[in-house]
Design a protein. Structure first.
Length: 580
C-alpha cells in the first residue's frame, strides 16, 4: 500500500508531450509536404535545389532557437525569482535581437546572393533554381525570425495554444498557396518560396494578438533600461541546444558537396528524399525530447531519481519504437517513398533505393543520440551535451564521409551516417564512465543516474484523501523508526507529513487527484519532498490568518527546521527538512 504509482509524472509528461508533438508536427510535416509538392509538380531537380537550400534554413533555425529559447528561459527564471523588471529586459532584448538579426540576414543575403549561390553549387541549372528561391525567401525571412522566436516566449508565458495555432495557420497557408502558386499561377520554385513567406506573414499577424492579451506577463521596457551583458546570458544558455542547427548547416554543405562529386544529381535527389523524410521522424524525437527535458531537469535537481528514470524510460520507449518503425518502412518500401516525391527516372530510382536502405540503418542511432543530447543538457551535463551535438552532427559524419567516399564511392557517404551514430554512442558510453568515476559515486551508469548513497528512502503516492494522509503519517513513523530515527523525531516527522498533506488536500478540494511524497533519511536531516498539481500553495509564507480555518499550518511551521517551496512546471514542489 502507498507505493509510488507515477500517475503524477505520467500525467505531466502527457501534458507536455501532446502540445510539443503537435508543434513539432506543424513544422516538420509542413516541410515534408512542401518538398513533396515541389517534387511532384516541378520535378526531381527541384528537390535537389531544395537540398542545397537546406543549410540556409538550418542557419535561420539556429538563430531563432538560440535567442528564443535562451531568452524565454531566462525571462521565466527571472519571474520565478520575483524580478519582473529583469524578466522584461530579457523579453525586450530578445525580440529586438530577433528583428535586427532578421533584417541583417535578409539584407546581406540579397546583397551577396551571387557569392552565396556559387558557394552552394557550381551546377548552372541548380544555381538558377537556388537563386530564384532565395531571392524571395530572403525578403520575407525577418518574419520567420520574429514569429518562431516569439513563440518560445508565448509558451513560457502560459499560452502554448496561441503559439501552436499561429504556426499551424502559417503552415496550412503555406501548403495551400504552394498548390495555388505552382499549379494555378504556373510559378516555378519561386512559388514555393513565396508560399512559405506568405504563410509566415499570416502567422505573424495572427500571433500579434499576444501583445493585446490581458493575461500576458511579459512586456517591453525602454532599451535604455536594458543591460547589454544580458545578450551574453541569452546566447550562452540558448547556444548549446541550438548548436545542432549550426553543425547541421555545415554538415549539409559538405555532404552535398561529396554527393555531387560521386553521384551527381541522382545522389542529391536521393539524399534530399531521405533528409526530408527525417522531418517526420523528428516530429516524434523533438516532441519526446523537449517534453522530457523540463521534467527530468526538475526531478534531477530535486534528487527524485525514481521520477527521472520513469520519465527517461518512457521517452526511450517512444524514440526506440519510432526508430524501429521508420527503419522498417524505409528498408521495405524505398521505391514507394521515392515515387511519393515524384522520382520516376530509372537512374534516380536505382541510386535512391540503394541510398535509402543504407541510410535507414542510421535512424535507430539517431533516436538514441538525439534523446541523450537533450537528457544530458537537462541533468546539467552541458559539456557532454555539446560534445554529442558536435560529434554526431558534424565531426564524425563529415570526416567519415570524406574518408569512406574515397574508398567506397557514394556508398561510403551513406555508410558514414550509420558509423557516425555508432561512434557517437560509443563516445557517450566512454564519457559517462569517466564522468561517473570523477563523481566519486554521485553518478553512475550510461544515464549518469544519481545515487542516494544507500540512505533509506520511502517513495509513495497518496490520493486526495484525508484517510490516506493519516495512513501515510503512520507508515512514515514506522519507516523512520525502523531506520534508526528516535521515536520522538519519528513522531514529529509523521505529524509534519500529515499536516502538510491535510493542508494540501483541504486547500485544493477536488482540484487534484494524486500527491507524491519522497522521504530521505540523511545523517543530520530527514527531508520530505511533496509534489502535487493543485493550486499554488506555499506553506513557508502562509499564516493562520491567510489560511482561515487551516490553523494546523502553524504546527507544521514549528515542527520543520526548514520549508522551501517553488512552483515548477505546473507542480507545487515543497521540501520540508527536519533535524534528527
Amino acid at each position: 500500500m502507498y507505493e509510488r504509482s507515477y500517475n503524477l509524472v505520467r500525467a505531466k509528461f502527457r501534458e507536455f508531450f501532446l502540445p510539443t508533438l503537435l508543434m513539432s508536427m506543424a513544422m516538420n510535416l509542413s516541410t515534408f509536404m512542401d518538398t513533396l509538392i515541389v517534387g511532384n509538380t516541378l520535378g526531381p531537380i527541384n528537390i535537389s535545389a531544395m537540398a542545397l537550400i537546406a543549410p540556409i534554413i538550418t542557419f535561420i533555425n539556429l538563430v531563432y532557437w538560440m535567442i528564443g529559447l535562451g531568452g524565454s528561459l531566462l525571462s521565466a527564471v527571472s519571474k520565478a525569482e520575483r524580478n519582473q523588471e529583469k524578466s522584461d529586459m530579457y523579453f525586450t532584448i530578445s525580440i529586438v535581437l530577433l528583428i535586427l538579426v532578421g533584417l541583417c540576414f535578409s539584407s546581406l543575403g540579397l546583397v551577396f546572393m551571387d557569392q552565396l549561390v556559387a558557394a552552394l553549387t557550381s551546377n548552372p541549372q541548380l544555381a538558377v533554381l537556388v537563386e530564384r528561391f532565395l531571392g524571395v525567401y530572403f525578403m520575407g525571412s525577418p518574419l520567420l525570425f520574429f514569429l518562431m522566436g516569439i513563440a518560445y516566449f508565448i509558451r513560457a508565458d502560459g499560452m502554448p495554444r496561441l503559439s501552436f495555432y499561429a504556426l499551424l495557420i502559417s503552415n496550412i497557408v503555406n501548403l495551400a498557396l504552394d498548390l495555388f502558386y505552382i499549379l494555378v499561377l504556373g510559378m516555378d520554385i519561386q512559388g514555393a518560396a513565396l508560399a512559405t513567406i506568405t504563410g509566415y506573414t499570416v502567422g505573424t499577424i495572427f500571433i500579434m494578438q499576444y501583445f493585446f492579451h490581458k493575461e500576458r506577463t511579459m512586456h517591453f521596457i525602454s532599451l535604455a533600461k536594458c543591460k547589454l551583458y544580458l545578450v551574453g546570458d541569452i546566447v550562452k544558455l540558448g547556444f548549446p541546444p541550438a548548436s545542432m542547427q549550426l553543425f547541421l548547416t555545415v554538415k549539409l554543405f559538405f555532404i552535398n558537396t561529396f554527393i555531387l562529386l560521386y553521384a551527381g544529381k541522382p545522389g542529391l535527389t536521393a539524399f534530399s528524399v531521405f533528409y526530408n523524410s527525417l522531418y517526420i521522424i523528428y516530429m516524434f524525437l523533438i516532441g519526446t525530447s523537449q517534453s522530457m527535458s523540463p521534467i527530468v531537469s526538475i526531478y534531477f535537481q530535486e534528487k527524485d531519481y525514481y521520477g527521472v528514470w520513469y520519465t527517461l524510460n518512457t521517452s526511450l520507449k517512444i524514440v526506440l519504437v519510432t526508430g524501429v518503425v521508420f527503419t522498417a518502412l524505409l528498408l521495405a518500401f524505398p521505391s514507394t517513398l521515392l515515387h511519393l516525391f515524384g522520382v520516376s527516372d530509372p537512374v534516380d530510382l536505382v541510386v535512391g533505393v540503394n541510398a535509402l536502405r543504407i541510410l535507414s540503418l542510421s535512424i535507430m542511432g539517431t533516436a538514441v543520440t538525439f534523446l541523450m543530447m537533450f537528457y544530458t543538457q537537462a541533468i546539467k551535463q552541458g559539456k557532454l551535451s555539446f560534445l554529442i551535438s558536435i560529434t554526431e552532427g558534424l565531426i564524425l559524419p563529415v570526416s567519415l564521409a570524406y574518408l569512406l567516399s574515397g574508398v567506397m564511392g557514394i556508398d561510403g557517404v551513406w555508410v558514414s551516417f550509420l558509423l557516425a551514430e555508432v561512434g557517437t554512442i560509443i563516445l557517450i558510453y566512454l564519457s559517462t564512465r569517466l564522468i561517473a568515476q570523477r563523481s566519486r559515486g554521485e553518478l553512475s551508469g550510461f544515464f549518469l543516474m544519481g545515487s542516494y548513497h544507500d540512505a533509506p528512502v520511502l517513495d509513495v503516492t497518496i490520493k486526495n484523501s484525508l484517510s490516506d494522509a493519516v495512513g501515510i503519517s503512520q507508515k512514515l513513523i514506522d519507516f523512520t523508526q525502523e531506520n534508526g530515527v528516535d521515536p520522538r523525531t519519528a513522531v514529529l516527522i509523521g505529524m509534519a507529513v500529515e499536516e502538510m498533506a491535510v493542508n494540501i488536500i483541504n486547500y485544493n478540494q477536488d482540484k487534484m487527484e494524486y500527491m507524491d511524497i519522497l522521504t530521505k533519511i540523511g545523517d543530520e536531516h530527514i527531508t520530505i519532498a511533496f509534489k502535487d498539481t493543485g493550486t499554488e500553495f506555499d506553506p513557508s509564507t502562509y499564516t493562520p490568518e491567510d489560511m482561515g480555518s487551516f490553523e494546523s499550518i502553524e504546527v507544521l511551521q514549528k515542527i520543520a527546521h526548514e520549508i522551501s517551496y517553488a512552483r515548477l512546471i505546473g507542480l507545487n514542489s515543497t521540501v520540508i527538512s527536519i533535524k534528527r
